[in-house]
Ligand binder design. Structure first.
Ligand SMILES: Cc1cc2nc3c(=O)[nH]c(=O)nc-3n(C[C@H](O)[C@H](O)[C@H](O)COP(=O)(O)OP(=O)(O)OC[C@H]3O[C@@H](n4cnc5c(N)ncnc54)[C@H](O)[C@@H]3O)c2cc1C
Length: 92
């Protein structure tokens, strides 16, 4: 159902869609260290979100590719535990 007043015309000749839905290809240049897959996403252990780089954790879209807020948030719970374990024990 269309809400009243929610549809309208814009007088445009060109529309540039500028949304990010993939990994920035510069990541490997600006942040060398964590291993990435063939699509430039950071590889992370799915149970701890640990990357191949000691002390570096990753989760969310940069690991899975474009997904959802729920998915990104879901990765942070195990990451928080793993980060806590790492900071308190020092073991990787
Ligand atoms: C147009 C659009 C619509 C969407 N609609 C929905 C929806 O309706 N429902 C839904 O569940 N999901 C939706 N998504 C997907 C959702 O936005 C993502 O899955 C989610 O935001 C991923 O969260 P994230 O924390 O992994 O990454 P992000 O939310 O992208 O957070 C990454 C953060 O890192 C910051 N950053 C990047 N590079 C650097 C750097 N070098 N230094 C410091 N900070 C940096 C960025 O500015 C950003 O704030 C949509 C996505 C898009 C593009």
């Amino acid at each position: 159902m269309l809400l009243k007043g929610s549809d309208f015309d814009l007088p445009l000749s060109v529309a540039v869609i500028a949304i990010g839905t993939s990994a920035n290809p510069l990541i490997q240049c600006t942040t060398p260290g964590p291993a990435t897959d063939g699509r430039n996403y950071i590889e992370a252990d799915p149970t701890s979100q640990r990357t191949s780089c000691r002390g570096v954790f990753a989760g969310g879209d940069i690991v899975t590719g474009g997904a959802t807020v729920i998915s990104a948030m879901g990765a942070e719970r195990p990451a928080a535990k793993a980060i806590h374990d790492y900071l308190t024990s020092g073991s990787w």
